[in-house]
Design a protein around this ligand. Structure first.
Ligand code: NDP
Length: 450
């Protein structure tokens, strides 16, 4: 390294991030997790220091914040805050989900958008990164209220997105119903039919297996990690948290690969079914959470399983763990329970569900751990395939899409192994961060200072 180029220092770099983004704790956490593994790599490749790539990557291209006004069923005017963080479009149009949840704020969306940069790069598809949403709580709202909110939200968002510009998808609180309302409004405002949102229904440009993709991909990724160690999911006891889109289909694929799913959860607690889920029980969960929007405790009543109010499932003895609900739901004390109970591997289905301290503890205990940007990338991958199908105005068959999803998860695993292997052990955090970084960083260097 030339004397003029000063190596990046982790503490100084993070101090700068914290100073520029005061109070954004989730965003700081996401940057810290990435910086810890990419700074040593950057210091070995000074072109990335010279071009200040990490500083530039931690600053979104732009952030749009807007007022969303709508009328509830009683005729009251309601006001929410809408966001779209267009993080980085170096390798493709901005791409990432929309979250409707009362906890949504700029810090959470910046953490999610930043993570998306690396995840989308890992998928091998041409997708940049973004994230958006609103502090709107869909729980307890009527169909018409949801529709009016989605239309009001899209009225502003439509000015900033487009099939070659920014292609949002769903996330927490945004499923097929919300995507349909938003796509309908976009179509009405723009008078065009393009693939500007993904996660659409099959009748109007959606892709087969999109709804299964994140959960299936997570199970496939775990299978890849175990295969790399000469093992498999078959016969393993599995803990899954959440009971939404990701958790449901992660559980389904785990069962089909021979695993036994013992738990699911929601924001009120978790269920423990020692007999394990089966297809019929899972159908009940899908209907309960997706159609009836009920509580997970109803499962415990119906199937005589245990319900643990206000708790998370990590203290139950099992071989594999899949946090699939939300950020920071697996903390140090939870990791210690998993370690004590002989857990072999953890694959994140949610985004950043494991705290930095918990990841460190799992690594120290030699437990195989994959970060969400690798193991939950199946969802955005099939979204990318939905964009491709929309562009060529064709729909691929389920088998073809599932094969492509499997290949993508295999390729992501390979990139993690290539960049993360040290002394016969794979550090998936390091591997995913560096592999995701390299492609975007090279594109940014090629563009010059923009
Ligand atoms: P859903 O809205 O379908 O489900 C979310 C689940 O998490 C629900 O069971 C919900 O419980 C639970 N949950 C939400 N907040 C909390 C909380 N504070 N404590 C405990 N449980 C909570 O969302 P998804 O399944 O789509 O998303 C789950 C995670 O996966 C998120 O981190 C998301 O960003 C990530 N992800 C999703 C992708 C996708 O394709 N959908 C793609 C990649 C990542 P309740 O019913 O009580 O609200």
């Amino acid at each position: 390294m030339s004397a003029a180029i000063k190596p990046l220092n982790m503490d100084e770099f993070m101090a700068g991030v914290v100073k520029r983004n005061p109070g954004e704790t989730e965003f700081h956490q996401a940057v810290e997790e990435v910086a810890g593994s990419v700074i040593p790599y950057i210091n070995e490749n000074p072109v990335f220091i010279e071009n200040r790539i990490l500083e530039r990557m931690t600053e979104p291209d732009r952030t749009i914040i807007f007022r969303v006004c709508w009328e509830d069923d009683e005729g009251n005017v309601r006001t929410n805050r809408g966001y779209r963080v267009q993080f980085n479009n170096s390798i493709g149009p901005y791409k990432g989900g929309l979250r409707f949840h009362h906890s949504v704020n700029l810090s959470i969306l910046k953490f999610l958008g930043f993570e998306q940069t690396f995840k989308n790069s890992l998928t091998t598809l041409p997708m940049g990164s973004g994230k958006g949403g609103a502090d709107f709580n869909p729980k307890g709202k009527s169909e018409r209220e949801i529709m009016r909110f989605c239309q009001a939200f899209m009225t502003e968002l439509s000015k900033h997105i487009g099939a070659d510009v920014d292609v949002p998808a769903g996330d927490i609180g945004v499923g097929a119903r919300e995507i349909s309302y938003m796509f309908g409004q976009y179509k009405r405002l723009k008078n065009e039919f393009t693939g500007t949102l993904t996660g659409k229904s099959l009748e109007f440009g959606g892709s087969l297996i999109r709804k299964e993709a994140t959960g299936y991909g997570c199970a496939y990724f775990m299978e890849e990690m175990l295969k790399h160690k000469g093992d498999s999911i078959k016969g393993k006891n599995c803990l899954v948290s959440g009971s939404g889109n990701v958790a449901q289909f992660c559980a389904q694929k785990l069962m089909h690969l021979g695993g036994k799913v013992l738990t699911l959860s929601d924001s009120s607690g978790f269920i423990y079914d020692p007999e394990g889920l089966n297809d019929e029980k899972l159908e009940y969960i899908i209907d309960l959470k997706t159609n009836r929007r009920g509580r997970i405790s109803e499962y415990a009543e119906k199937y005589k399983a245990e319900f643990h109010a206000g708790k998370r499932p990590w203290a139950i003895k099992a071989d594999l763990a899949f946090p699939c609900a939300t950020q920071n739901e697996l903390e140090l004390s939870d990791a210690e329970e998993l370690i004590k109970n002989g857990c072999k591997a953890v694959a994140e289905g949610a985004n950043m569900p494991t705290t930095i301290e918990a990841v460190e503890a799992l690594h120290k205990a030699n437990i195989v751990f994959s970060p969400g940007k690798a193991s939950n990338a199946g969802g955005v991958s099939v979204s990318g395939l939905e964009m491709t199908q929309n562009s060529i105005r064709l729909s691929w068959a389920r088998e073809e899409l599932e094969e492509r999803l499997k290949t993508i998860m295999h390729d992501i695993h390979k990139q993690c192994v290539d960049y993360g292997t040290e002394k016969n052990r794979v550090d998936y955090v390091k591997g995913a961060n560096i592999a995701g970084f390299v492609k975007v960083a090279k594109a940014m260097v090629a563009y010059g200072v923009i």
